[in-house]
Structure formats: structure tokens, C-alpha cells
Write a protein that binds this ligand. Sequence first.
Ligand code: ASP
Length: 335
Amino acid sequence: MASLPVIVVHGGAGNIPRARESMSSAGVREAAKAGYVCLQAGGSAMDAVVEAVTLLENNPTFNAGRGSVLTQKGTVEMDAIVMDGRTLASGAVSAVRRIANPVQLARLVMDKTSHLCLTAEGASQFARNMGIPEVQEESLITEYSIMRWRKNLSPDANPVESHMGKMGTVGAVAVDLQGNIACATSTGGMLNKMEGRVGDTPCIGCGAYADNKLGAVSPTGHGEAIMKVTLSRLILFYMEQGKSVREAADMGLAYMWDRVQGRGGVVVVDPKGEWVARFNSLQMAWAAAQGGQLHYGMYGEEHFTRDIQEQKEPEPQSQEAHSPTRSTDTHTDTQ
Ligand code: ASP
């Protein structure tokens, strides 16, 4: 049943390697819980999504902040965005380097400038002016990201397919107790992208959109495809036409597939607190918190539910872990 507050997070659409499934699932559950605690304490939807995405950026499992994929040259260039549904204020950064939490810098762009997006060196200069410390690039790079970069330097690697194999962009949408709506998305982008490539994430209407009158969307997937169909605004347009969150999400993803053969996923909320996590990739780690319940899943229609207070984490995922008959979790196919 829909109720407020609610937060839904994702950890990227793609094919998550078996060995990383439980880390991805644990990461999104932890982020959803942290955002929910913030919302229950009266925090704003904006505070909650930034809190959740900051945790995911700090978690090296995901392709955002520490753990970001590398460019062709082996550097880290990150994109992030936030949007506030009360006023349609938004802030973004693109191709930023040596910043631990691009989502927080995006929020500062929204709060402290009259611009919507700052890029590259200008964004770094702004970060310095705001007192945000520069971090060593190495601190953002993991052994796993180096391994993937090396593999993808192979001349036969297909950039879209190889990226779809291991994505982990992160995002969150939330509605707070006042009914205000916000979203945030953060990414290292596409594996082995050209330096200077900017994807969907920092582009308003593509990598995020929030409007108190309609709802909010945070997407993940092949950025060039998401941009061609302005996926986030497209889904909200369908909702404006009277579609449910689920219908609108599925229509948006279907349109992206039909028109540009793009794969990806989205988390969506509406002002009443109806929410959905949908994707047309093999997997997308997602989690939602609402009404004292934690919801989560990773494959297709998978949907586990348990009490948010329950301390016991589910068993690490095994070969059969995505079957609907797990331990104490209840499973429904409703999202
Ligand atoms: N959309 C992101 C980008 O293209 C990547 C992703 O979601 O995995 O930069």
C-alpha cells in the first residue's frame, strides 16, 4: 500500500557478475534504509536521496564515486545530478575528477549557483571554492575497475555489450512526509568512454527528473540511448497522461528499446508514494523502504519484502538465490 515517506534506490542496470550479487544487493538495501531513517526523522526528500547516493558512491561495488569505471585513458570522470520537485531546481556536474562525492557537489551547484550544470575543471574549481577536498585519483580506482578496463581495451570488446555486462550507476527517488519529491543519480559513466564523454546522468530530463506534481525518475543504462529518448521526462510524460508508475516505466523502457535498442532500468515514484523499479536488462539491484518494510530485488519480477527493523541480513546469494523461496523473506511479484 502506498504511504509516505518512501525512498527507492538502484545500483545500476546490467548483468551483475554472480560473485558481486550479494554485495550489490546489500549496498542498495543499506542505502535505502539510510535514506528512510532520514525521511522518518523529518528530513527532506532531497536530504534522503543525497544521503542514499553518497553511501552508494562510497561503496566500491558500484560505478559511482569510488569504484567508478575508467575512461579509455585510465582516468576517472564522473557525472551526477540532483533535482528538487518542489521548485524544479536542479544541479549537476559532468566529467568531474578527484571528487569523492559528486552528488554532493551537484547539490552545491543547485544551492549555491545560478547554473544547472558545471563541468570538468570549472566544476573542480567550484569544489575548491566550496571547501570540498580534492582526493587522490587512485583512491577512486579499485582493482576491479582496473581489471575491467584492461579486459575492455581488447580490440574485440563491444563497448555497449561489455558495459551492459557490469554496470553499477546509482540513483534514488524519494517522497518525504511533506509530500515533496526529489531524485539523485551518480555515475562513472560508460566503461572505456572517451575522455570528455558526458552521458545522460547530468542532463536534466535524461538522467533524472523530479516534479512534485508528477513524481520522480532516476534511470540507469546506456546513456546515449537514454538521452535520445529523454527517458526520465518521457516516463513522467506518460504519468501525466494518466499512466500508473509501472505502466509509464514499462512504456518508457519499451520506447527506448524500440527506437534506439537501448537497455536500462529506472526507479520511479509518484506524489502518493506509489513506486516501481523496472528494467529491461538482465538485472538491476534495487531496494525501497516504505511503511516500515524493506523491499528489494535484482532479477526480473523478483521482489522480496521484510521488516526494516529485522537485523538479520539474508543469506549471501547462491546459485538459486534469485528463486522466490528464500529464508524468512516474503516474495511477491507485484512490482
Ligand atoms: N547511464 C550511465 C551513463 O551512460 C551508465 C549507467 O547507467 O550504467 O553514463
